[in-house]
Design a protein around this ligand. Structure first.
Ligand code: AAL
Length: 385
């Protein structure tokens, strides 16, 4: 590991040695002596000097009203993006009731996580603040189906008048080593009824090998691809005439590194909204992140990377939807964001983040949906300055 870092440093040193360092650069970065560069100053010189602050934002979170006010005993979490139809915003989300036992209880009978034993419900709002829960959209499958245990963490995509919901699915029993899949449902109206795909549209890679029989996800003979254990947080974006299904992968034998949990994102591409979705050979396309939060911008795809990995709390952009570069580094960001798909994305790189939905943990058992706002920051001023 250390030898790997040394190699990278050598390369960095070579690049810096051959670099013309201008007085302007020295002044901007506040560097005293270009013959005595600290490791940090060398890294700073390698940053893209043309980056502005349009990708940088700050945020706050606030309570919502109506049926999205916190309700004891009910889990509402992982909101989809919002779409505007019939003069109202629509959102879909995971909904369950009651406490979770973790893996210590009876996994056949109990509820393991707040996102276990969920169905997908939806709500509408005229102003994005006061919400009315409309009811069930997509229910768990019959016993024996790939989605018989839980359907959750949903996203919406509209294409040519058809509404598509993609979501996570789990088949019972919900064990530590259980793999999950992604399901799809479609309708001609945001109010349903929804038709579910009989087969999942995405599954974990099958090239990892568990060690032993114990329900322990850290014990492996071989870890396999970044998504050998879980495919999470699916989100389909129509892009360049195709359908890009972005998702988060969890790997068998996941480790903690210097950036925290080993979590990365991938993409699977289809010619039609219903698939087949083929995983990109470039996967993983992020080395960090958690819930997927992606939007079209400037002819490419932007992505907010939060929570896990060395590049957490960055906003990234890829002209081809695959090769992402860091465009902004933020202090923090709302989690599990439900974007406002009605926003004018091109107004500003982070326009789509000006307001939206997020979820918050009231406790380990109960989460509720809240609102967030963001704003661009151009300078840092003291009170009265
Ligand atoms: C979230 C998401 C997925 C996970 C769980 C519910 O943060 O990454 O949806 O399965 O936690």
């Amino acid at each position: 590991m250390i030898s790997c870092i040394n190699k990278e440093k050598q390369l960095e040193n070579e690049t810096i040695k051959n670099m013309e360092i201008s007085d302007e650069q020295m002044d901007f970065l506040g560097i005293t002596n270009k013959d005595k560069l600290s490791a940090a100053s060398k890294r700073a010189l390698l940053w893209d000097q043309n980056l502005g602050n349009e990708w940088f934002f700050e945020y706050n979170v606030e309570d919502l009203k109506g049926d999205f006010a916190y309700e004891e005993g009910v889990v509402r979490r992982d909101p989809s993006a919002m779409i505007k139809e019939n003069g109202k915003y629509y959102v879909w989300y995971s909904r369950s009731t009651g406490e979770s036992e973790g893996f210590g209880g009876d996994v056949e009978k109990d509820k393991v996580f707040p996102w276990d034993r969920c169905d997908i419900w939806y709500a509408t709002s005229e102003d994005g603040i006061t919400w009315k829960e409309e009811g069930l959209a997509v229910a768990r499958g019959e016993k024996g189906a790939y989605d018989d245990r839980s359907v959750f963490t949903v996203e919406i995509m509209v294409h040519e008048g058809v509404y598509y919901l993609c979501y996570q699915t789990v088949k019972s029993p919900y064990t530590v080593r259980v793999k999950n899949q992604v399901g799809l449902a479609w309708s001609n109206s945001p109010d349903g009824p929804w038709t579910k795909s009989t087969e999942p549209i995405l599954s974990p890679a099958d090239n990892g090998i568990w060690k032993g029989e114990e329900q322990n996800r850290f014990l492996v003979e071989k870890k396999g691809d970044f998504d050998s254990h879980k495919v999470h947080d699916p989100c389909i974006i129509p892009f360049k005439g195709k359908f890009y299904l972005y998702y988060k992968g969890e790997q068998m034998g996941e480790q903690i590194t210097f950036g925290g949990r080993q979590i990365r994102h991938g993409v699977a591409i289809a010619d039609n909204p219903k698939g087949p979705y083929i995983k990109s050979p470039y996967n993983p396309i992020s080395n960090s992140g958690h819930e997927i939060c992606v939007w079209p911008y400037g002819g490419g795809i932007a992505s907010l990377i939060t929570t896990d990995g060395p590049e957490k709390n960055t906003v990234q952009w890829a002209p081809d939807g695959i090769n992402f570069e860091i465009m902004g580094v933020v202090k923090g960001a709302p989690h599990a964001i439900g974007l406002n798909r009605a926003a004018d994305n091109e107004k500003n790189p982070t326009e789509v983040l000006r307001w939206g939905l997020t979820h918050e943990y009231k406790s380990w058992d109960y989460q509720y949906i809240r609102g967030f706002k963001t704003w661009n920051v151009k300078n840092h001023k003291a009170k009265g300055e």
